[in-house]
Design a protein around this ligand. Structure first.
Ligand code: HXC
Length: 516
């Protein structure tokens, strides 16, 4: 064969490899409002940057009638490309081939691209749209999943791992997204579950639709599996690109710097009046964050899950920060089980990827209740305490209002090695609120007082004067400075600038034993 013929053959093969195997399946995919694997990758990556790998791979499974149907590339498209000029590795399950199901060849392709991502220190993005383990390949499929899960675990804390769920993701297959750092889920077309509605009905008698069980809303609000809900495939890709802009390529790098429009010394008078006069009145901590960070850009993670704690990414003077804040507008900002887990996972992500943490504290305590106690608020609350305590990235805390009891410590107090702790003049830092404290330490006087109510009020006022302010803590150095609310942005920027080269040594150990 002449060289020209070789080239012609290659071109024909390449065209063949990227052509739809099953036009009917492609049409069905589009009718459902879903894109196909290559269309999704094209939207995700910088234009023309995608370099496909393994497009000529075919499965080698024998038996069950699939040996005669060996499409190029099998049921996944893999490769690498750029997002905003930075390398990323990607795989997209192709539902139009064998329902995107995973056999040995598909697993080999995914493992190869995951290995490349890890070896070259760049994020891996998995696009999920699959019927799960390829039934015809049996245990070889299960083995393939196992190899992927193990890589997810090995890559954890080394490179950012992002899952975009855009179709079915069922059975044990869910454990790959579950291990990755961030899960995006498309409304209506994407579903995750261990056992589907039919099995549940047979076993427990419960009737539930696919959407109620494993749809985006369910996982974003109830289970916490999903971090970001997106309306369709196209917006999913825009959001993933936005998320990546806050992240470093790997655990040895820092996040990219973006020159802000905002001045570092900008103050905001709005913050001076944001704390209501009544201590039980809520305000929105998101407003506080937006007022402080560059250009008001705050990208919330897990926005719909445990809204009593807000977490997310923003920038201060161009540098990415991770924000953790109590939200007085939900459950009065108390910490419950879900909030503790949400916060702990986010703090650990930031710590693994060199993202400084800014904590905004207004916490009356842990959420009281038999349900919380029996479901393990002790065990779960400990996660957040553990996560902050072990974090070696720069950590700065601002107490805006309440910081009571154990929750004060859990929210990144100086005692657990926050680097800098500020308090607004409105801060109340104490073992507990004035009323509760007075009822305990003055029980006898109150019982014997002629006018118990007046005496109670006098004692509460006295307690508030003496203990419920930031100055008692500042006197002992537990708070580094009491600052005016309006100067929070410049003070945080200066603190983080001072901490830029922070190096903290930790004792040698294999790993700690976070209470799970
Ligand atoms: C082989 C599969 C497949 C699978 C779907 N297909 N799932 N082929 N193995 N697991 C094929 C179908 O035969 C069909 O082929 C095509 O993909 C499209 O599937 P449809 O059923 O027509 O699509 P739809 O109606 O949209 O339903 C999608 C679905 C359903 C809900 C995902 O296909 C389904 O329930 N599949 C089985 C899911 C499952 O139980 N998987 C195993 C889970 S356990 P044709 O040729 O007709 O187009 C698991 C364990 C993982 O995954 C283990 C990890 C430890």
């Amino acid at each position: 064969m002449s060289t020209e013929d070789h080239i012609k053959k290659l071109r024909v093969l390449r065209e063949d490899a990227v052509a739809p195997v099953n036009q009917r399946a492609v049409d069905r995919q589009h009718d459902l409002g879903k894109l196909c694997a290559r269309e999704r990758i094209d939207l995700l990556l910088d234009k023309g940057s995608f370099q496909e790998l393994d497009m000529f791979v075919k499965h080698h499974a024998l038996g069950f009638g699939i040996e005669d149907n060996r499409p190029f590339g099998d049921a996944v498209v893999t490769g690498y490309g750029k997002v905003d000029g930075r390398n990323v590795f990607v795989y997209a399950e192709d539902f139009t081939t064998y329902g995107g199901s995973l056999g040995a060849a598909v697993a080999d392709k995914i493992c190869k691209v995951m290995d490349l991502a890890m070896d070259n220190g760049a994020p891996i993005i998995g696009i999920k749209d699959s019927g799960g383990a390829r039934i015809q390949e049996g245990v070889a499929s299960l083995h393939g999943y196992g190899r992927i899960f193990e890589r997810n675990v090995r890559a954890s804390g080394v490179i950012p791992q992002i899952s975009i769920v855009m179709g079915p993701c069922a059975g044990g297959a869910v454990y790959s997204p579950a291990i990755t750092d961030f899960v995006f889920q498309v409304e209506e077309t994407a579903h995750l579950f261990i056992t589907g509605p039919e099995v549940i009905k047979t076993v427990t008698g419960e009737e539930v639709t696919m959407e109620e069980l494993g749809g985006a809303r369910a996982h974003a609000t109830r289970s916490g599996v999903t971090h970001f809900v997106v309306p369709d495939d196209r917006s999913a890709m825009e959001e993933v690109r936005y998320l990546l802009s806050f992240l470093p390529q790997n655990n040895m790098e820092v996040a990219p710097f973006f020159t802000p429009l905002d001045r570092p010394d900008r103050m905001d008078e709005m913050l001076t009046t944001i704390i209501p006069d009544s201590p039980n009145q809520p305000y929105d901590m998101v407003d506080v964050v937006q007022s402080i960070v560059d250009d008001g850009d705050f990208y919330q993670v897990h926005e719909h899950f445990a809204p009593n704690l807000i977490v997310g990414f923003a920038r201060l003077d161009g540098y990415t920060i991770g924000v953790v804040g109590n939200q007085p507008a939900a459950l009065a900002g108390t910490l419950d089980i879900d909030a503790s887990s949400k916060g702990a996972r986010f703090v650990r992500f930031c710590d693994a990827f060199n993202i400084p943490l800014v904590t905004l504290v207004d916490v009356p305590g842990f959420l009281p209740g038999v349900g919380q106690e029996h479901a393990g608020i002790i065990r779960h609350g400990a996660k957040l305490l553990y996560a902050f305590s072990e974090a070696t990235v720069p950590r700065v805390t601002v107490i805006t209002r309440k910081a009571y009891g154990g929750a004060f410590l859990v929210m990144n107090a100086r005692a657990v090695r926050a680097d800098i702790a500020f308090a607004w003049p409105t801060a109340e830092i104490a073992v507990m609120g004035a009323k509760g404290a007075v009822n305990i330490i003055h029980r006898k006087e109150l019982r014997e007082a002629d006018d118990a109510e007046a005496e109670g009020q006098r004692l509460v006022d006295d307690y508030e004067d003496r203990f419920n302010n930031p100055y008692v803590a500042a006197e002992r150095g537990y708070i580094d400075d009491v600052i005016e609310a309006r100067e929070t942005r410049p003070r945080l920027i200066r603190a983080l600038d001072m901490l830029r080269n922070k190096r903290e040594a930790t004792p040698p150990r294999k790993h700690g034993n976070i209470p799970l």
